[in-house]
Ligand binder design. Sequence first.
Ligand code: ADP
Ligand code: ADP
Length: 233
Amino acid sequence: MIEVTDVTRVYQMGLVEVQALRGVRCRIESGEFVGIMGPSGSGKSTLLHILGLLDEPTTGSVTIDGIHVEALSEEEKSDFRLNKLGYVFQDYALVPELSVQENVVLPAMARGISPDEYLKESEKILNQVGLGHRIHHRQFELSGGEQQRVAIARALINRPRILFADEPCANLDSNTSRTILNLFRELNEKFGQTIIMVTHEDWHEEYMCRVLNMKDGMIEDEKACKMTKNNSE
Ligand code: ADP
Ligand code: ADP
């Protein structure tokens, strides 16, 4: 479970202060698929980065599974990210010189998993995301939706407790977006994968348990959606 208490984030731009977050409180249960929505500039990405330990609040606190994140050292934080969290961004961030499989195994190599194990696991995951026939291809040979699925496979290789996705369908047409959202829904339903996703598309709601609506650096309201939380944990 993630608990966010009175989180602010101020960016100092020379003499100007930008209040990106102005007192965010929320709670996200394990096994939820939650959307973060709201107008551009409302603080969605900033909140996602803070929840994903890629940025720090100016004031306030975040706990994940009872751990006070601000008390962790930089090294503990990077271990936490590697072992517990997975990230998907809108620009995929793949390494073009590497094959699909080589991209996917990078986070497992960083964890010191043995090649036997990560090669087997990467094949499983690539089949799971429907790319079993593409493992030796490179980025330039793949469509946008396929590249995004490689990025998702890479985010999942270490079986993270929480998957963070920042507008993962931003560059994709609606059919390809549905493929990605169906995959997220399946991970959420089958494995109780916690997923926190920033999006600006209202129709994505039908895949989620709950949406947090942001405005001016705060959560203005929240809305329960069609899907129910997986209670397998
Ligand atoms: P959203 O994801 O909802 O579009 P962001 O979290 O990206 O919103 O941004 C919230 C506010 O913080 C905006 O006013 C934005 O300009 C500002 N901001 C975001 N990142 C930075 C940064 N690195 N430096 C300065 N200001 C930033
Ligand atoms: P096992 O204990 O044998 O790993 P699991 O029920 O944990 O059994 O997993 C069954 C299969 O589902 C495994 O092949 C695993 O790779 C896959 N799996 C498990 N957890 C996740 C997850 N969070 N996301 C995606 N696939 C998963």
